[in-house]
Design a protein around this ligand. Structure first.
Ligand code: SAM
Length: 263
């Protein structure tokens, strides 16, 4: 078979260590015939372990020059889809609603990919992904810390987030420049129910738009000066605060008040 040339642009850092692969698969807690999505199987090191666990496996791989390697190893025992996971319409593939995602993600798609997962959170029963450690820390960050932002709030809004373990660069080929980490997401049973979730995320987006600025200033994108004055007098959240100091509960309160004034 032709020698494979790794493509940096596709985040092709392949795992070398079978112990790490086993640890990732174990965190997925796979039951027989469970539907699993693997994003970017590469040459199939993780795929092999997921198949060992008798899952019903669908793999999305953008790079079809990897297909000969995957066919040789797995034949037709996996459902291999040659697509960019960010470009396809997920609804066409979400036939089950208890799907697990297990992947060593290409790092450049981490945030857009995880945001897509939140859009379909109800379909996923567990998500176990390897990402850059720095991003894992942001996802897991608590309010008021330097890592806390829209990504933390959004992932923690839909999922319980657990930090699995750290993986050092030498365990990949070619090695990435930074440490990686595995995180586990499970759907929250107590996820807040909001009347207008879209608008809630608009308020969050605006509040974090300029991290150094106070809410009063950032909210100008949504409300007039006068309405902000009014908001200041009715809202329990001080508008001199910055977005990074607001908990989920605070954001919900802020969104409710802004929503009233906006309509
Ligand atoms: N799972 C393999 C492993 O652990 O060795 C490979 C992981 S490698 C970090 C990421 C894989 O995702 C590569 O095979 C790459 O070609 C693929 N990929 C990159 N961007 C993608 C996209 N947008 N959609 C689907 N696959 C993608």
């Amino acid at each position: 078979m032709k020698k494979f040339k790794h493509k940096k642009s596709l985040g092709q850092h392949f795992l070398k260590d079978k112990n790490i692969v086993r640890k990732i698969a174990d965190l997925a807690e796979i039951k027989e015939n469970e539907v699993i999505w693997e994003i970017g199987p590469g040459k199939g090191i993780l795929t092999e372990e997921l198949l060992n666990q008798k899952s019903d496996l669908t793999c999305f791989e953008i790079d079809n020059t990897l297909f000969p390697f995957l066919f040789e190893k797995f034949g037709t025992s996996i459902n291999l889809i040659n697509e960019d996971i960010l470009k396809i319409n997920w609804k066409n593939y979400l036939k089950d609603n208890q799907i697990k995602i297990v992947a060593n993600l290409p790092y450049q798609i981490t945030s857009p990919f995880l945001f897509r997962v939140t859009e379909h959170a109800a379909n996923f029963s567990r998500v176990v992904v390897m990402i850059q450690k720095e991003v894992a820390e942001r996802i897991n960050a608590g309010v008021g810390t330097k890592d806390y932002g829209k990504l933390s709030l959004k992932m923690q809004f839909y999922f319980n987030v657990e930090y699995g373990f750290t993986v050092k660069p030498h365990l990949f080929f070619p090695p990435p420049k930074v440490d990686s980490a595995v995180i586990i997401l499970t759907p929250r049973k107590d996820k807040p129910v909001l009347e207008d979730e879209r608008f809630f995320w608009r308020v969050v987006e605006v509040a974090f738009q300029n991290r150094r600025k106070m809410l009063r200033r950032n909210l100008r994108v949504i409300l007039s000066k006068e309405k902000i004055e009014e908001l200041g007098s009715i809202c329990n959240i001080e508008l001199t605060r910055r977005g990074e100091t607001l908990t989920e509960k605070d954001f919900i309160e802020l969104y409710e008040e802004v929503r009233k004034l906006q309509s």
